[in-house]
Design a protein around this ligand. Structure first.
Ligand code: FPP
Ligand code: MG
Length: 324
């Protein structure tokens, strides 16, 4: 299980005695995936701990709120995609870790603002009180703003890449992915969806912008940090495009079928607000079918990389099967 590897007697048994004969190779792949996801989550948390300002001085409350949000128990899926896609193209590990940390700062900022009373008005996130509940509303707004600034500070530091043009490209692509043409624009469509009925093409566009753009950025980072052939870049682009949409459809499914204890946040809100989602438009089975189709397509894009992409293929399964 993700982030609980020391509590898995089954997997320890397997490490000691080997997997029983006939056990599916896919289980081995999934185990490797979980181990790598946990390792990446730990590395990113350590990196963020060093990169974020300490809770000191008269502004200590702000820094404490930023740390609460960014160091909290997230899956670190976006950083994982940065690092694993980057490894496929042999990008520099230090640059990847810094870019992964910057992206997690943007993600953490978006969650803080998404939970605010003026947006989704949520009390729980990642199984804990949201930032405006644990602190207060003004501090939550500032903590989101601060994390956004820190993301760009991390990217523009020469430790991320020796060439200024590469750092500028990282900044430009992240600004686009998280701004009005990406995540922020998608959030606007989401809010409009509370008072207007959106059709499937607008819902798809919303997801592509709100969630897909950051996932695409994650897959692209390695290709910015190092030179890659066009067909390789395209394969990763296609993978991220399909994964991003499958991810958000799964989010819609979890909102309709999950429970708060597992997801760590409130559920059933979309239907409660009369929002159009893949589940309300396609029905539960239709949404599952669409997510499954996209997942298969996402994996096909990775065939180019052979066995080296197995861990990313397992990521696709994880995204579909996740309960949080
Ligand atoms: C859960 O991520 C989050 C999403 C699926 C993204 C939703 C999009 C927004 C909140 C954008 C909001 C934008 C603004 C500007 C307010 P996850 O399942 O990876 O969560 P985790 O990091 O806790 O694991
Ligand atoms: Mg929202």
């Amino acid at each position: 299980m993700v982030r609980c590897r020391l509590n898995l007697p089954g997997s320890i048994e397997h490490l000691i005695h080997g997997r029983p004969e006939g056990a599916p190779a896919q289980a081995d792949q999934m185990e490797e995936f979980e181990q790598r996801l946990n390792e990446t989550a730990d590395r990113v948390t350590v990196a963020l701990d060093a990169l974020l300002p300490r809770a000191e001085g008269p502004e200590a409350n702000l820094n404490s709120a930023m740390r609460y949000a960014a160091l909290g128990p997230g899956k670190r899926l976006r950083p994982f995609l940065v690092i694993e896609c980057g490894r496929l193209v042999n990008a520099d590990e230090r640059g990847l870790l810094r870019a992964a940390s910057a992206l997690e700062c943007i993600h953490a900022y978006s969650l803080i603002h998404d939970d605010l009373p003026c947006m989704d008005d949520d009390d729980m996130r990642r199984g804990r009180p949201t930032v405006h509940k644990a602190y207060d509303e003004a501090t939550a707004v500032l903590a989101g703003d601060g994390l956004q600034s820190i993301a760009y500070e991390i990217l523009t530091h020469p430790d991320t890449h020796g060439r200024g043009s590469v750092r500028a490209r990282l900044v430009e692509r992240l600004a686009r992915a998280s701004g009005p043409s990406g995540m922020v624009g998608g959030q606007m469509i989401d809010i409009i969806g509370e008072s207007e009925t959106l059709d499937i093409s607008v819902v798809t566009r919303m997801h592509r912008m709100k969630t897909g753009a950051l996932i695409s950025y994650a897959a692209e980072t390695g290709c910015i940090l190092t030179e890659v052939e066009e067909h390789v870049r395209r394969a990763l682009e296609g993978f991220a495009h399909d994964l991003g949409l499958a991810y958000q459809i799964t989010d819609d499914i979890l909102d309709a079928t999950g429970n708060e204890a597992e997801t760590g946040k409130s559920v059933g809100k979309d239907a409660g607000q009369g929002k159009a989602t893949f589940v309300t438009i396609l029905g539960l089975e239709g949404a599952k079918e669409r997510a499954g189709h996209l997942a298969a397509q996402a994996k096909e894009h990775l065939d180019l990389f052979g066995k080296r992409a197995d861990v990313l293929k397992s990521t696709v399964d994880f995204v579909l099967d996740r309960r949080s």
